[in-house]
Ligand binder design. Structure first.
Ligand code: ADP
Length: 362
């Protein structure tokens, strides 16, 4: 394989999306081809862009027929300054330390990343993330679902993929599993077992989240839905610092305890500059099978009150339906198993509304 072909391929990818007017060919320091293994040394224009550059390079180089494996190595960016602590002259005010600079990066090939969050657990966040992803796929979009709920990944159960393990392709990219027409990847596919102690699920996996985003073979997606852990923890902060996302939606039930916590979640997203695209009210009411009346078991109007106080759009309300829990446990999400149910119709309507909000923002 001619070096020129590799250079031509790398010229096609640029770093313009992170504000750098360079193509990948301009970063190459060294190229070696040994058998079918291609090793390239690149110099990132600044630190923190390595994951993005690697993902972009593998994306174009994997198209070259002769290349079986790509190994991207990085040299230190030129002009990297080791920060020197300066003592301000006597009598001058001490400024607070500067926030470290982070670059939010677009996941190559993925148009919109939408995070699904909640204040507390048990409000149906994962159920909503899964069915929202499926509803968007039904509308004709190309969709992926990343289960980033490190503390309780439930996507393997919801999709009937329990016990599945993640595989990697020859370029060391994680390969999502295709089910019900969408690409699914769960932290659960990477844990040694379901009983893996919580301590291993914490810091180690949180650090890995951005890596999962950038080193996965997502292909071209219109939407990547991310099921976040509940609350306001490290995963949210890590994402906010490193990943270009379209925004977040928050899920709540009308219960006071859920509403109290979802307020904190909304404030946190705003603080870290992740736009909140809307709120989804889950378990809003129950339709009694005998009289077909709606019963607002947890109260009516409270989510609307919260939404208006926080200037948020309600994307939709989902009723309580025992089928949801039953089918979820069997790995058959309601949008797939009961497409004509009230709940499935609510999800389709929410997906349409979300797509419209995203379109209007763009
Ligand atoms: P979270 O991700 O917020 O912890 P889950 O999605 O795991 O919540 O949902 C918690 C439980 O509630 C699950 O058993 C789920 O099947 C059930 N559930 C969620 N939404 C509904 C609904 N609309 N009707 C009935 N059960 C629901």
């Amino acid at each position: 394989m001619a070096v020129q072909d590799i250079i031509e391929a790398l010229k096609k990818e640029t770093l313009q999306d992170v504000g750098i007017d360079k193509n990948l060919a301009q970063l190459v320091k060294d190229i070696k081809m040994s058998g079918n293994v291609l090793t390239i040394v690149m110099e990132p224009p600044r630190e923190g862009l390595e994951d993005l550059i690697r993902a972009k390079a593998i994306e174009v180089l994997s198209e070259l027929p002769e290349v079986q494996k790509v190994d991207i190595k990085f040299s230190k960016p030129q002009g990297t300054q080791i920060p020197v602590k300066q003592t301000p002259p006597q009598g001058q005010p001490q400024h607070p330390p500067q926030q470290p600079m982070f670059t939010r990066k677009q996941v190559p090939g993925v148009k919109h990343i939408i995070a699904v969050g909640s204040g507390k657990g048990g409000v149906g966040k994962s159920t909503v993330a899964a069915n929202l992803a499926l509803a968007l796929a039904k509308l004709g979009y190309k969709v992926g679902l990343l289960d980033a709920d490190v503390y309780g990944p439930s996507v393997p159960t919801l999709f009937g993929l329990k016990g599945e393990r993640v595989t990697v392709d020859q370029f060391q990219r994680l390969v999502p599993i295709e089910k019900y027409g969408i690409k699914v990847l769960s932290i659960g596919f990477m844990l040694p077992s379901e009983d893996t102690p919580i301590i291993w699920r914490g810091p180690m996996l949180m650090k890995a989240i951005t890596e999962f985003l950038f080193s996965t073979k997502w292909g071209n997606l219109d939407y990547l839905i991310m099921d976040l852990p509940p609350g306001t923890g490290d995963v949210q902060i890590t994402l906010a610092q490193n990943v270009e996302m379209t925004g977040a939606v928050v899920v709540t039930t009308p219960q006071d305890v859920a509403l109290a916590d979802v307020r904190k979640a909304v404030s946190m997203f705003r603080e870290v500059n992740i736009p909140v695209l809307g709120v989804i009210e889950n378990m809003a009411y129950f339709i009694c099978p005998s009289d077909k009346q709606k019963y607002y078991i947890f109260g009516k109007g409270k989510v609307a009150e919260f939404a208006s106080a926080y200037n948020l759009k309600i994307l939709g309300s989902i009723p309580i339906d025992p089928e949801v829990a039953e089918k979820s446990d069997k790995g058959e999400p309601i949008v797939v198993s009961h497409p004509d149910s009230e709940v499935a119709r609510a999800f389709i309507s929410i997906a349409k509304m979300l797509a419209q909000v995203v379109h209007e923002r763009a």
